[in-house]
Ligand binder design. Sequence first.
Ligand SMILES: Nc1ncnc2c1ncn2[C@@H]1O[C@H](COP(=O)(O)OP(=O)(O)OP(=O)(O)O)[C@@H](O)[C@H]1O
Length: 501
Amino acid sequence: MDFSSVMASPSYDKAAETYKKAVAAAATMTAYTVLARSMARELFRNELRAAARWAASVARGRLLPRPKARRTKTIFIPRFAAADGASHGHHGGESSLYSDARAYLATRIGPCAMAQFCLTNAGARQRLVVSMVPGDSTTDVFEGVEFTWTLTTSQTSGGRGRGDASNSVPDSLALRFDAEQMKLALGRYVPFILAETEAARRQERALKIFMNTGFAWEGFKHHHPSTFDTVAMDPALRRLVVDDLDRFLARRDHYQRIGKAWKRGYLLHGPPGTGKSSLVAAMANYLRFNLYDLDLSQVYSNLILQKLLMATPNKSILVIEDIDCCFSATSREGAGAQSVEVQTKNGNGNGDCSESSDAATSRTSHRKGLPPQAEQGQGITLSGLLSFIDGLWSTSGEERIIVFTTNYKDRLDPVLLRPGRMDMHIYMGYCCWEAFKTLAKNYFLLDDHPLFPEIQDLLAEVEVTPATVSEMLLRSEDAGVALQGFVEFLQDMKKQGDGKQ
Ligand SMILES: Nc1ncnc2c1ncn2[C@@H]1O[C@H](COP(=O)(O)OP(=O)(O)OP(=O)(O)O)[C@@H](O)[C@H]1O
């Protein structure tokens, strides 16, 4: 190609002169680049343009500051924490941080992206777990920042080198990241990993419900199907409760900082059959916490109470049902809370907890009748219970929830209602329209039905418990038949008078 003929033409000279001036005036590298491109387009043919592009890229490479090599940091998480702090020669079991990190990585590793990976089964459900082969690396992105994990190894005898996975055993996990992201790594990324693995473990855990017999708890499998999706309640209240539980779980540091025991108390109140027990079961299922259902009628002394309470582990829900009926109210005005005695629903003789209400039907027979010691004045006291819960019990463990239920909040000893005693009071009321929709969905997978508008109107005028609604909906497998029966039931109630059950 003869460049000289092109470059000798008058139009070329003119354009070149214009560009010379522009180049002289261009102050920045960007301006040079733009000019170079325009010149190339206008003045040169394809071959020349390619040559110009090459020259521009060389110039750019020389003139632009080279990107600095990023400084990285690496944190090693040894598999075994030796007594002297070194990672070799382990004396204990696998470090929990190491196993948490591996469990977390198992959820991040995509088998498709790996040339090789380990496959194992784990947990009660023997699910398949994918993990890295010793020596391999994988990258995780958290808040837009890359974190590279490498499973480092120690060679067993006969190992042929770093790449020889067959003769190497996992030794530690190396976490590499941009040195500037140290705060993020330790302040948010590692805590995030711990929280994620804890949540996954909770989901795996089979739940139990424990009942007290004598000094001890006896556990049974807990398969209550109730969840926050199946409990019929006002959606806003449901959200409030779920958010509160989430906040509680996430606030370990907060509780530590303010010097308060990491526990939360809920008082569930409302008429019989409105779902208080169902809500407790939903909480247990949501948190994956075991339930400890404390029957105070079986607790004959403060000593037994203390032993039982101290035996409740972390991550558990302690439930005391019908708390209004467990203690006599006689001492409220007189001797104060110090001397209230354990009572049961039939025990105080004032009719407060008589068997006239629906509550009686749901009560287990062993809760009826005073324990003999209580009658003799040796029973436990409400103040004993509360001070123990607030004192030793709450500081001897963490992440514990206590739930009291009652059908009659107004009959509770004020000492129980004192601000700060129970963190949240949750009223479980009669079946509202939203609650009914939950039940219709549970029983018939229905989102809508021609009878719904009529039911909505009737529910606004009639007080009916979710337990009654559930029972009505169970009467037929045919949604239309069950709903028609329910409409007639509500109409009867309305006719009968004030619409109250
Ligand atoms: N809000 C609800 N959501 C879903 N089902 C409910 C609800 N309330 C009651 N039920 C149904 O009624 C049955 C009894 O309800 P539950 O024992 O939860 O009520 P409760 O308020 O604890 O009653 P009690 O005060 O008598 O102990 C439950 O097994 C469930 O089938």
